[in-house]
Design a protein around this ligand. Structure first.
Ligand code: FES
Length: 562
């Protein structure tokens, strides 16, 4: 433990560096008693733009209290924060920048351990990537899900219901007054989306990886329980520092296989596939897209949460959250995986008695879906893979052959999707390209809207494929993350409107029914293209971003075990 006197500023005189640091610390009223304690940084992502983090100041205060109670000295510092709904073109474009910034703030400021406080979609993976690369003891506390609201007597919440309401509005099933009335009911409190979207998924994954205290992923943001989790984490990080529990001491391949298993069992967000790959890569652990597909598909979906089920995060929490889930899928897990709380999942679960379930979580033999939520597809259209979330898709479309209707970019999609003259029917396969990491920062545009004229005929789902992502709160028969992306010359760039495409989920296959020679001809002379703005960050990003199957991290990012 080196506290405030670790990582001294370089003045060429160590004595002076210590002296001047002490001078400035005295302006905060800190004396030798304070400076002799383990120094715990608290990375605060409160931001006026991140509505999901509205309750975070109180949570940070609770973490501070826990650190003090355990004999540490808490120092709060701000970092970048990524508001999912507010960023153009997409918060994913800045995930790696936030990871880089957070890592550097951990590494360049003195701290013996750190608590990373995140919540909204990309903040959690960015912090996990940063914490692992920084390599000091860290724990994570999430903001927690918001409470659901009520509309016309029904429980509703962001943001699967946002999408359903918007789809009903587009299809003419509800009117302007109704869509205006439902809006505030969809997000009635601070906190992250209250379904199993990316934020909730990553919260469950952070807990499974061992970086968040057991049972912490699911408690609602506005509750005292959420604050108690903060305090408990504050105490726990001081112990982790005393035991020098750096990430490399707890993470193994099993940690990630467990996380992918949980991803399947919660019917979690496809975004977590990319984030898990990036996080494992930071840890220097050989963990692949196929590892995720195999682990995710081997377990039933047990969490009854939208979009895979019908409930909300408070229902899952009422049934005990992640520890109760792990009890029920323990045969699929390596319980010797360690956690930052000091033990293993085996020791953690020893104190967890099975609860009588009330609908938020199902027993193993009564699942929402017999097989886990995410499948990895391959074929001549996706040599490096694509993913589909079967738990949120339409089984009748799992085996489907249809005529491609191609959109060249997200802008082209927005321009033409509702054109009454668009040559499309319910069996068409909607194709979006140039929306991958290099082309566009990988926006959540993969759940293409059903063309207006079909929506008005009552069509609710179609096969859609792209190199984009989709929101964890979205649903539909949607193939995502196709790699290599079209912009770097992947076969998706060769598809023409009218080509036949075959999706066969049972055989994990996605094929363009065009000969290999013809595909090669069409791709000859393809030029790399990006729609990202011309900025300093985009220059760095485009020069070094990896493809989806590699986690879309920057190639240059520091790896823990390198
Ligand atoms: Fe922040 Fe969904 S928009 S978690």
């Amino acid at each position: 433990m080196s506290g405030f006197f670790g990582g001294l500023t370089s003045y060429g005189d160590v004595g002076f560096s210590r002296f001047i640091r002490k001078v400035f610390l005295s302006s905060m009223g800190l004396d030798d008693v304070d400076l002799d304690r383990p120094l715990i940084g608290i990375a605060d992502t409160s931001s006026g733009y991140v509505t999901c983090h509205r309750e975070m100041p109180q949570l940070v205060e609770a973490i501070r209290r826990g650190v003090l109670e355990a004999g540490g000295l808490p120092i709060v510092f701000p970092t970048a924060s990524l508001p999912e709904i507010m960023m153009n073109p997409t918060s994913m474009y800045l995930r790696n920048l936030m990871a880089m910034e957070t890592e550097e703030l951990i590494r360049t400021q003195p701290m013996d351990g750190v608590v990373l406080v995140g919540g909204c979609d990309k903040t959690v993976p960015a912090q996990l990537m940063a914490g692992i690369s920084a390599g000091i003891p860290f724990m994570q506390v999430v903001a927690g899900p918001m409470m659901p609201g009520r509309w016309q007597g029904e429980k509703v919440g962001a943001c699967t219901d946002c999408r359903a309401a918007w789809s009903d509005f587009r299809g003419g099933r509800i009117d302007e007054a109704a869509i205006a009335e439902i809006a505030p009911a969809l997000a009635p409190t601070g906190g992250t989306c209250t379904v199993m979207g990316t934020a909730s998924t990553m919260a469950c994954i952070s807990e499974t990886l061992g970086f968040a205290v057991s049972g912490s992923a699911t408690a609602s943001a506005p509750t005292g329980e959420r604050l108690a989790i903060g305090t408990k984490t504050g105490r726990a990080i001081v112990t982790a520092v005393a035991n020098n529990l750096v990430p490399s001491k707890i993470l193994t391949k099993s940690s990630f296989v467990n996380a992918a298993t949980v991803l399947g069992a919660i019917g979690g967000s496809t975004n977590a596939v990319i984030h898990l790959l990036a996080i494992a890569r930071r840890a220097g652990i050989d963990f692949t897209l196929d590892d995720i597909g195999a682990a995710s598909a081997a377990v039933p979906v047990l969490v009854n949460c939208k979009p895979s089920g019908t409930g909300y995060m408070d229902d899952f929490h009422a049934d005990g959250g992640v520890p109760q889930l792990l009890l029920r899928i323990r045969e699929h897990l390596d319980l010797d995986a360690k956690t930052m709380q000091g033990g293993t999942w085996r020791t953690n679960l020893e104190s967890v008695a099975p609860k009588v379930l009330t609908g938020g979580l199902r027993e193993y033999d009564n699942p929402i879906l017999a097989e886990g939520g995410i499948r990895v597809l391959r074929g001549n259209l996706a040599p490096n893979g694509g993913v589909i979330k079967v738990s949120a898709a339409t089984p009748a479309l799992f085996k489907h052959e249809g005529r491609a209707v191609v959109f060249e970019s997200v802008d082209d999609l927005m321009l033409r999707i509702d054109d009454p003259d668009l040559d499309v029917d319910k069996d068409s396969v909607l194709v979006l390209r140039n929306a991958g990491p290099y082309a566009a920062g990988m926006p959540e545009a993969g759940a293409l809207p059903i063309p207006m004229k079909l929506a008005q005929q009552g069509v609710r789902d179609m096969v859609r494929i792209s190199d984009a992502r989709m929101s964890g709160t979205a649903f539909g028969t949607v193939v995502l993350h196709i790699a290599p992306e079209a912009a770097v010359g992947g076969p998706l760039a060769a598809v023409r409107t009218g080509d036949l495409i075959r999706l066969d989920v049972a055989n994990n296959s996605l094929e363009l029914l065009v000969s290999d020679d013809e595909i090669a001809n069409r791709l000859a002379g393809h030029k790399k293209a990006s729609f990202l703005p011309d900025t300093s960050w985009s220059a760095v990003f485009k020069a070094t971003v990896l493809q989806a199957w590699q986690g879309a991290d920057l190639d240059a990012s520091r790896l823990e075990n390198k």
